[in-house]
Design a binder for this molecule. Structure first.
Ligand code: OSB
Ligand code: MG
Length: 370
């Protein structure tokens, strides 16, 4: 199969509530939507690069540049025999995992639609349901945080993650723990600490957290290994794992005991499967992270986490927590038992709502073979 057309859209969607992390406050979701077409069919990939480089170095602007000038020409020239062919064809471009992932994931979706199978089947997963967890941003005070946690527990979520940063950590965790002694609870620091904070981080050990996510620098593995030796709480790496090779090095060094898999962060589904397989072989649990994606990216996450190594609830929550109107129909919904039903339709499995996508599009361009 040869791609006949790649379309890119820059999309802006207002968030229902501002989302605050240690690296900033987001009030609007901006992303690139990639659509690849061939043989009368299309597949879609949502790029997780933000407008700013505050989570990882890539931005929406760098992704657009790399896609347009380097990745799209390579993909348009390729005779695709399987979606697994994409990633090796793009290796000459170093880094830029988020740009690569958007293109690669669109091809997986297209391929699944062409085979008329749900995406999970192509990935090697299973149908049914997945367990949903939720990520709660920093709140204005402790009372607001407790109210949020209470609402998400009542909504059925199987695991709660709260964001922390220096000075807004121990007392918040203590307050949540006091109110919910048995809640599956974890924290995410998004690289807000350094090794000098080890004594403070050790004080989290008394709260029975499932894990602490990415306490140290976004590009670090070595210091995390040192910190893990000094803490009982398992460390989970997010930002630091940008390939299966990173995961292998982190596990070899003992830098984490759990891995967060985001397909966008590691360069796509093929690399996600490689991280998954490696962790499974080594007995390391993985779970699927999120980037406040629209329904398009959320569905990709739903399919990915049907693989057997995803033994912990991820960050895929209901569309309605984030957006007044999602770009897919039906939106991603979480049942009262805290599960999401895996779609059975071809590819991602829900319809894209084009009038809404058109309304949210601020820029559109398409590329074709020379
Ligand atoms: O670190 O997991 C993260 C959102 C944006 C960027 C980074 C992260 C997050 C989240 C939210 O925690 C996950 C979600 O609800 O999609
Ligand atoms: Mg994280």
């Amino acid at each position: 199969m040869k791609l006949e057309r790649i379309e890119v859209r820059r999309i802006r969607l207002p968030l229902l509530h501002a989302f605050e992390t240690s690296f900033g406050i987001t009030t609007e979701k901006q992303f690139l939507l990639l659509t690849v077409s061939a043989e009368g069919l299309s597949g879609h990939g949502e790029c997780v690069a933000d407008a700013d480089p505050f989570y990882l170095p890539e931005t929406l602007g760098t992704a657009l540049h790399i896609l347009k000038d380097f990745l799209a020409p390579l993909a348009l020239a390729l005779d695709i025999r399987h979606p697994q062919d994409l990633s090796p064809a793009l290796v000459r471009v170093r880094g830029h995992q988020m740009a690569k992932a958007a293109l690669e994931m669109a091809v997986w979706d297209l391929w699944a639609r062409r085979q008329q199978v749900p995406l999970y089947r192509l990935l090697g997963g299973r149908g049914g349901t997945i367990a949903a967890g939720v990520s709660i941003g920093l709140q204005k005070d402790e009372a607001a945080l407790l109210a949020k946690v209470e609402a998400e527990v009542a909504a059925g979520y199987r695991r709660i993650k709260i964001k922390i940063k220096p000075e807004r950590d121990l007392t918040l965790v203590e307050a949540v723990r006091r109110r919910f002694p048995d809640l599956p609870l974890m924290v995410d620091a998004n690289s807000a600490y350094s090794l000098a904070d080890a004594p403070r981080l050790q004080r989290l050990d008394r709260f029975g957290l499932m894990m602490i996510e990415q306490p140290l620098a976004w590009d670090d593995i070595v210091d995390h290994a040192t910190l893990q030796r000094q803490m009982e709480t398992p460390i989970c790496l997010d930002e630091s794992i940008r390939s299966a090779a990173d995961a292998r090095r982190a596990l070899d060094l003992g830098a984490c005991r759990i891995v967060n898999v985001k397909a966008g962060r590691v360069g796509g589904f093929a690399e996600s499967l490689a991280v998954h397989d490696l962790c499974r072989t080594r007995g390391i649990p993985v779970w699927c992270g999120g980037m406040l994606e629209s329904g398009i990216g959320r569905l990709a996450n739903v399919h990915l986490q049907t693989l057997p190594g995803f033994t912990l609830p991820g960050d895929t929550s209901a569309s309605a927590r984030t957006f007044a109107e999602d770009l897919i129909d039906p939106p991603v919904e979480v049942g009262p038992d805290g599960t999401i039903v895996v779609p059975e339709g071809p590819g991602l499995g829900h319809d894209l709502v084009w009038p809404r996508i058109a309304k949210a599009t601020v820029f559109r361009e398409e590329w074709r073979p020379d």
